[in-house]
Write a protein that binds this ligand. Structure first.
Ligand code: NAI
Ligand code: MG
Length: 341
């Protein structure tokens, strides 16, 4: 069986971590036919547009992609291609697992899957400046849109995910005390859905600021978290910090007709091109892709190889306190995956 998958190496550290991830995937023995496509800054340079039709067409046909990080200009410039891809393919659930595997760190026993609503809220992109007097940018307005259907499908996804993966509890994270409409609706729908899973999955709800504090104080109380777009963006970076940082955190953007797997982190321009980025997050994202394809054994082997490389072999990139390069790490993980195949 050959899997035909769209590959977007991305920019910044994207190409470096992608090359190493492809080596590891190759070592699993699973047959991939990669359709390499451009997006973001690399696409603007080559084609004049950040999201070329060929890229969209490739994902439409293959329904699955492995994506490197894409730079989004701050303030001005083109809108986020990451957000645009999620919207284009209605990838409504962003699944971000984080699990402690490095012993002796600050946090033991963290095993959290954050599921982030991926299309709505403040990421709707409906925003504008407001002129007051002579100042055309005297004020700004961003419109957060939350729909009942949008809340329903992502919260239902979270409960189904919990059942399917043997998880016991779903925490609904919101700000319904202040944002009574957009966040209130999310909580209301969440409470309704939770009733349908009573006796099978425990539900609790927390206000986001309390959740941020609880995560640092007592992360082991969390199992699955489901939350809205902006809160999920922020909390998932926080959670990655509990288990060793962004270099270890993968994510899957899941819809009914396509799925895109990527690291949680961005293009890390501060270390791009220096062969020092940690490719582990992208490798874990590739493992999620393997799971999605039903290649559970290969996924397990990739995860185990990354973990053993860090823990048993002590081969670590700088973000984890070591001095291995991106390619050293890729080499070591590839060797481990090959050894057990
Ligand atoms: P970032 O995640 O790129 O970097 C934050 C910090 O973490 C930096 O110090 C960076 O060096 C470090 N870091 C990130 N990944 C690492 C890795 N694999 N190994 C070692 N260190 C790593 O976030 P930042 O700087 O806020 O954003 C940079 C660009 O990335 C922006 O243009 C942003 O829009 C974009 N971005 C793209 C994402 C995506 O493609 N899904 C997600 C997040 C940000
Ligand atoms: Mg983010």
């Amino acid at each position: 069986m050959t899997y035909r998958v769209t590959l977007i190496p991305g920019d910044g550290i994207g190409p470096e971590i992608t090359v190493q991830t492809l080596r590891v995937l190759q070592a699993t023995g699973i047959d991939f036919e990669w359709d390499e496509q451009l997006a973001g800054v690399a696409a603007v340079d080559a084609t004049g547009t950040p999201m070329p039709d060929a890229t969209l067409e490739s994902i439409r046909v293959r329904k699955i992609a492995l994506k490197g990080p894409l730079t989004t200009p701050l303030g001005t410039g083109f809108r986020s291609v990451n957000v645009a891809l999620r919207k284009e393919f209605e990838l409504y659930a962003n699944v971000r697992p984080a699990k402690t595997f490095i012993p002796g760190g600050r946090y033991e026993n963290v095993d959290i899957v954050l599921i982030r609503e991926n299309l709505e809220g403040l990421y709707s992109g409906i925003e504008h400046f407001i002129r007051i007097g002579n100042d055309p940018r005297a004020a700004g307005e961003s419109i957060a849109i939350t729909t009942r259907d949008g809340c329903d499908r992502v919260i239902r996804y979270a409960f189904e995910y919990a059942l399917k993966n043997g998880r016991k509890k779903v925490s609904i994270v919101h700000k319904a005390n202040i944002l009574k409409v957009v966040s209130g609706l999310f909580l209301e729908v969440g409470r309704e859905i939770a009733k349908q899973y009573a006796g099978r999955v425990v539900m609790n709800d927390l206000i986001v600021d309390n959740c941020a504090m609880q995560l640092v104080l007592k992360p082991e109380q969390f199992d699955v978290i489901v939350t809205t777009n902006l809160f999920g963006d922020i909390l998932s970076d926080e959670i990655s910090g509990l288990v060793g940082g962004l270099g270890l955190a993968p994510g899957g953007n899941i819809g009914t007709s396509a799925a895109i797997f990527e690291a949680v982190h961005g293009s890390a321009p501060d270390i791009a091109g220096q062969n020092r980025a940690n490719p582990a997050a992208q490798m874990f994202a590739a493992a999620m892709l393997l799971d999605h394809l039903g290649e559970l054994e290969a996924a397990r082997r990739v995860r185990e190889a990354v973990e053993c490389t860090v823990v048993d072999d002590g081969i670590r990139t700088r973000d984890l306190g070591g001095n291995a390069s991106t390619s050293d790490f890729g080499e070591a993980v590839t060797r481990r995956v090959s050894r057990v195949s």
